[in-house]
Design a protein around this ligand. Structure first.
Ligand SMILES: [Zn+2]
Length: 536
């Protein structure tokens, strides 16, 4: 059979068409995936710089922010419609105590408040093997990014125990080399806790020596100062002096005035920081948004009693005259702090008797001894200390001071919290509500600071201070740590009576491009990275 020219042309046309269709099909099958992994549309971006919000879309690829602009929804594998909510950098909490985070790797209390990066090792207490601590993330992935300081107290304890004395030259050298190793392994700075054992026994020159080592590797000096009450000015001066002599930036932790007699003095303490900055010294502070602090019961007792640890202290307390001396000194300290008894001191956790949790020392003394006097309250505290100690909440600050400190441009927002799980303790609510409390109470309700400034204090300022260079801003090229929230409804729910409550109003939290909170629920994704300092 032969084909007419017309038929031949038709067949050729059909073949060509088939080929074209086949070619098209191949092209479609091999088409590159959409250029972005995730696209956030209809966003009002507060970029972390302090600039006013603007409308844009944000595109994410391989854990990074790659495009900010008007982008079509077809350009990404997945799209989140922010519906006009605020899209901000994930919050960076520079003052945490999360040495146990590998036991609770989803860090629910932090991510639910929008926190995507934690700096731990504060207040003089850290892992001493930084390489091991940060390296564990490989086998035990975390929901959040993790950085750590190397802590003076932990290093001192390892080099010379818990004694109340100066180090020998050899011991100082050993401490210096532990700090050096910590910095080389990626610590972001040195921390001190100068009310705790054994940090409290260190003189200024010892700290300067160690801070010099941290300075060599671009670290910051973060300090829980020697005093936050009647001697707070001296303590601020010492912190600044350490920074000046060692040549590194100073971060004063949980900046506050915790002595009732000194309430209203925030302008004075802020003045000392401003003065240092005016002289060219990099001094910054962090703060949590509450009028109560939280620390150990024993921090209320004389430092000399606690030397060598609890067993040594118990031996001392067995001596009647020594016990009397402790009671007198503690009574005197209470009087100087401006409180008439220990009703401001509330138990957060006391394992020998959990019925104490949530009650004040005054209430417990009434219940146990049927006494109301201060002496009986101190005796009750000593008995609890001897039984292993307690975690405490101290209602010791005035809100005017909290507000004044929050308004300073060099103040950042940090929780001072650990990783929480719901149990029968009654911990400080800051671990569940700190950032939302600032955004709800102090930004929206009291209009104390602007939304943009509050976000700056939670993002770019902490990133700048702790050397986290590609975080804390919504910027192309930066890590995709992002929080999406409604500024009209965001609110902390955790209270001092019922602290185990998550905030409302935060719909998405994204860490390195992966949602860890989605529609207000934990996703169990663990995209966190270990963040290492310049010494690494
Ligand atoms: Zn502290």
């Amino acid at each position: 059979m032969s084909l007419s020219p017309k038929s031949t042309a038709l067949v050729l046309f059909a073949l060509a068409l088939g080929g074209f269709v086949w070619f098209q099909f191949r092209v479609d099958a091999q088409a590159p995936a959409p250029p972005f992994d995730l696209l956030i549309t209809n966003a009002r971006i507060v970029d972390g710089s302090g600039n006013p919000w603007f409308r844009s879309d944000v595109a994410i690829k391989d854990g990074r922010i790659v495009r900010i602009g008007r982008l079509g929804p077809e350009t990404a594998t997945r799209t989140i419609d922010a519906r006009g909510q605020i899209v901000a950098p994930g919050f960076i909490d520079v003052h945490t105590h999360v040495e146990s985070i590998y036991n609770l790797p989803t860090a629910d209390n932090f991510v639910r408040m929008g926190v995507t990066t934690l700096v731990t090792g504060n207040c003089g207490s850290s892992a001493t093997d930084v390489a091991e601590f940060l390296g564990r993330i490989k086998d035990k992935p975390l929901a959040v990014n993790l950085a750590t300081l190397i802590a003076h107290g932990s290093v001192r304890r390892r080099a010379m125990g818990l004694g109340d004395r100066a180090p020998t030259p050899e011991e100082l050298e050993q401490m210096e080399s532990l700090v050096e190793q910590g910095m080389k392994d990626g610590a972001v700075g040195l921390s001190t806790g100068l009310i705790y054992v054994p940090g409290t026994y260190a003189k200024t020159d010892e700290i300067v020596s160690l801070a010099r080592v941290a300075a060599k590797y671009g670290g910051v000096y973060a300090t829980h100062m020697r005093n936050e009450g009647e001697k707070v000015a001296d303590a601020i001066r010492e912190s600044i002096q350490i920074g000046e002599q060692a040549g590194l930036p100073v971060e004063i932790s949980h900046f506050k005035i915790s002595n009732k007699k000194f309430w209203g003095q925030a302008p004075m303490t802020i003045g000392l920081v401003r003065e240092a900055r005016a002289r060219g010294l990099a001094v910054t502070v962090d703060q949590y948004a509450y009028t109560a602090s939280s620390t150990s019961l024993e921090s209320r007792l004389p430092a000399w009693l606690r030397a060598g640890g609890l067993d040594e202290a118990k031996k001392r307390l067995a001596d009647k005259a020594t016990r009397e001396k402790v009671i007198e000194e503690t009574k005197d300290a209470l009087k100087r702090s401006g409180f008439k008894d220990y009703s401001f001191a509330v138990v957060a956790s006391y394992s020998p008797d959990k019925s104490f949790n949530g009650k004040s020392i005054a209430e417990i003394t009434k219940q146990v001894k049927n006494k109301k006097d201060v002496r009986s309250q101190i005796e009750q505290m000593l008995e609890m200390y001897e039984a292993g100690g307690a975690g405490m909440i101290y209602h010791s600050m005035g809100e005017d001071d909290v507000k004044r400190i929050m308004q300073e441009p060099f103040t950042m927002i940090a929780s001072d919290a650990g990783v929480r799980q719901v149990d029968d303790s009654v911990p400080h609510p800051r671990g569940y509500g700190n950032n939302p409390r600032v955004l709800g109470r102090y930004v929206r309700d009291l209009k104390l600071i602007s939304l943009e400034d509050a976000i700056r204090k939670m993002t770019s300022l902490p990133a700048q201070t702790f050397g986290l260079r590609d975080r804390g801003m919504i910027r192309e090229g930066f890590a995709a740590d992002i929080v999406i929230f409604d500024e009209n409804t965001i609110v902390d729910q955790a209270t001092f009576d019922k602290p185990h409550q998550f905030p409302l109003g935060i719909s998405y939290v994204i860490v390195n491009g992966a949602p860890v909170v989605e529609n207000n629920k934990i996703t169990n994704a663990r995209p966190g990275l270990a963040l290492r300092g310049q010494g690494h």
